[in-house]
Design a protein around this ligand. Structure first.
Ligand SMILES: [Mg+2]
Length: 113
């Protein structure tokens, strides 16, 4: 699926105050959904002793995929609130990491290394 199609399609399902002019709500939603992913991983470790993707059951993987989709939903909404296409977000990120690889700065810290 193409990023911008996804972004346009999911914007039809936004239900929050002043949607289209409110980047705070999707930011909070994104943080919440990332937390759900983290919590699921934590519970897999605690309850099933799962530490690697190869140890996941098909059902566990399916549940994680759903949560990753929720992350994508809010990421997409946040980008749209910032008037940025999701494909542009992806391209900027790819350009950034490719540039870091070329310059040998993939490892290390700092946003603009
Ligand atoms: Mg969720």
């Amino acid at each position: 699926m193409e990023f911008n199609f996804y972004q346009q399609k999911t914007s039809e399902y936004w239900r929050y105050p002043d949607a289209g002019n409110n980047f705070l709500f999707p930011t909070l939603g994104l943080a919440g959904e990332v937390g759900e992913v983290v919590s699921k991983i934590k519970k897999l470790m605690r309850d099933k002793g799962v530490f690697t993707p190869t140890a996941l059951s098909a059902e566990d993987t399916e549940e994680l995929v759903k949560e990753l989709g929720d992350v994508l939903f809010y990421l997409s909404a946040m980008a749209k609130e910032l008037h940025v296409n999701l494909s542009d977000v992806a391209q900027v990120n790819l350009d950034k990491i490719e540039d870091r690889r070329r310059r040998g700065t993939l490892l290390g810290s700092g946003d603009n290394r």
